[in-house]
Design a protein around this ligand. Structure first.
Ligand code: HXC
Length: 501
């Protein structure tokens, strides 16, 4: 009878190019480790119905225990009724007791209409459980089919969302309702497909080619994360190999001298980290900032870097929110944060002001200011204005801040500054009939020499030292080693902060 149910699931899913819930669980977990719970709950064995629309249980990923639930689209469209809700709650309770990550494989028509508000209430319970578990255990959502209606807020509350290029949708209201209410004719793909949520909305963090890669991303993520907030992230044996050393020592070659020339900061990151391995998160959203995981001497860290090849690496609303969330996630799960700075400032203009750069940019400040994990910041080339401060500066709480010697650090670039600082001199030059352009160039150079350098930052202790680029990796490794015993400041009188909206 069990084989019959699986066959029915295969018949339903395979023609659409999708795997069954059980096949997905097998692909996610280490071979033969799945231990199912509540197998027959919600079924009617006498009538031949075996279980309900969700499969729950435990297993291991790279030998470490995880909890997993997979919605089974072959049973009532994987919809959530009371039994499904109770099963998921049972699993989450256990996961919290065991302090292990939860991975959800979602493929569902949402709340089971026939069960009315009793089904809706289950979503409420699940949202509460996810919120309670947030920051305690890692939670990863893999969207492998429809995820419709208010159900989308489950994954939205978790740490990471992985989608696939096809057959993976998230929307608050589906195309049918949209058409009926607004008249807009739109496909599921356009309304809430993997491309849209990875590139435009920023809802999803990974876009996989197919289900296999999606589950591979989930496995990969777990290798960098501890099982819970009280555990240290996993450590890996690492022996410095000649290639890692050579790449790290040649890192300066990857950064053009001219601050106006772009380069891909991912090349710099890969040159600095163990084996050049970097797992980028949110790679398609707000690409003017790059975030992701890597290791230094076998210790996992989170990396945040401006991306000079996209819009010169300026910070905007999307980049601020993307990096703020990543910093907060690292802080929740004890991952040190390494920040690489090369930023001309916040993106100016009315479009950004209208978009709320004040409140949304403030999220990054909150994230760094409230983080208590080890933080090491390297200024690679330039750091101007507020962006210098918000990118993991010492004044926000970073532990070690270094700069390459030729870096440009100032309130603003010389082009903008001369018209403010030397306004009187330039006006006088104009009145006296002197060549104003020449005078501007003169004052610009004067300002650059006097004010655009790391000297003041060193004098006031905002920078610990200037470092030779070839020593960057070894200094990051050394700093992280020193910071291993950093005490986390968890004691506070307040219930929680009130972060920017
Ligand atoms: C009950 C449902 C259902 C639902 C699908 N089914 N959605 N049953 N409640 N919400 C059933 C179908 O009747 C069908 O049953 C089976 O699941 C498979 O569905 P199909 O439509 O045949 O599959 P497909 O063509 O692939 O389309 C899948 C779908 C579509 C895109 C998900 O079914 C759909 O649009 N469903 C409604 C989605 C939606 O609006 N959900 C929001 C509900 S409200 P049979 O017996 O034929 O196999 C919600 C709020 C949560 O979720 C609130 C939280 C705060």
């Amino acid at each position: 009878m069990l084989e019959l149910a699986e066959e029915r699931a295969r018949d339903r899913q395979h023609p659409k190019g999708r795997k069954t819930a059980r096949e997905r669980i097998r692909m996610l977990l280490d071979e033969g480790t799945f231990a199912e719970i509540d197998r027959f709950a919600g079924g009617d064995i006498d009538q031949g119905y075996l279980g309900c629309g969700v499969i729950t249980g435990f297993g291991t990923v790279e030998g470490r225990p995880v909890a997993v639930y997979a919605q089974d689209f072959s049973v009532l469209g994987g919809t959530l009724g009371q039994t499904e809700g109770r099963k998921i709650m049972h699993l989450m309770d256990q996961a919290m007791r065991l302090r292990i990550p939860v991975i959800s494989l979602l493929d569902s028509g949402g709340a089971r209409i026939q069960e009315g508000v009793a089904a809706l209430a289950q979503y409420g319970h699940i949202f509460k459980a996810i919120s309670d578990a947030s920051g305690v255990i890692p939670q990863i959502s893999v969207i492998l089919g429809p995820c419709a209606g208010g159900a989308v807020y489950g994954p939205a509350l978790t740490d990471f969302i992985i989608m696939t290029k096809r057959s993976s949708y998230m929307f608050v209201t589906g195309p049918g309702v949209v058409k009926a209410v607004t008249g807009e004719d739109i496909s599921s793909e356009e309304l809430g497909g993997g491309d849209l949520h990875n590139i435009e909305s920023g809802v999803a963090h990974f876009l996989a080619e197919d289900e296999e890669q999606a589950l591979e991303y989930a496995r990969g993520l777990l290798t960098y994360l501890p099982s819970n907030c009280q555990e240290e992230p996993p450590r890996y044996a690492f022996e410095e190999d000649p290639q890692t050393t050579a790449n790290a020592q040649a890192v300066a070659d990857l950064v053009p001298e001219s601050p106006k020339e772009g380069y891909d900061c991912r090349d710099v990151i890969e040159a600095l980290v163990d084996h050049g391995e970097f797992l980028e998160v949110h790679s398609l959203f707000a690409p003017n900032v790059v975030v992701g995981f890597a290791c230094f001497n076998g210790t996992p860290v989170g990396i945040v870097s401006n991306q000079p090849s996209v819009d010169a690496g300026t910070l905007d609303v999307a980049a601020s929110e993307k990096s703020a969330r990543f910093v907060q996630m690292c802080d929740a799960f004890s991952l040190p944060i390494v920040t690489l700075v090369d930023v001309p400032g916040y993106r100016p203009g009315s479009e950004q002001e209208r978009a709320g750069i004040i409140r949304r940019g403030a999220k990054l400040i909150t994230a760094y200011s409230t983080a208590s994990v080890p933080m090491v910041t390297i200024i690679v080339r330039k750091a101007y204005g507020g962006a210098f401060i918000v990118m993991g500066s010492k004044s926000l709480g970073a532990d070690f801040n270094y700069s390459w010697p030729s870096s440009q650090i100032a309130v603003m670039g010389s082009e903008g500054a001369v018209d403010i600082v030397f306004r009187k001199q330039l006006r006088k030059a104009g009145e006296e009939g002197r060549n104003v352009a020449e005078q501007r160039a003169y004052y610009q150079e004067l300002y650059s020499k006097q004010s655009v350098n790391p000297n003041l930052s060193l004098n006031i202790g905002e920078l610990d030292a200037l470092i030779d680029p070839k020593d960057t990796r070894s200094i990051i490794c050394r700093s992280l080693r020193v910071l291993e015993s950093k005490r986390r400041n968890v004691a506070s009188d307040r219930y929680h902060n009130n972060p920017p909206q």
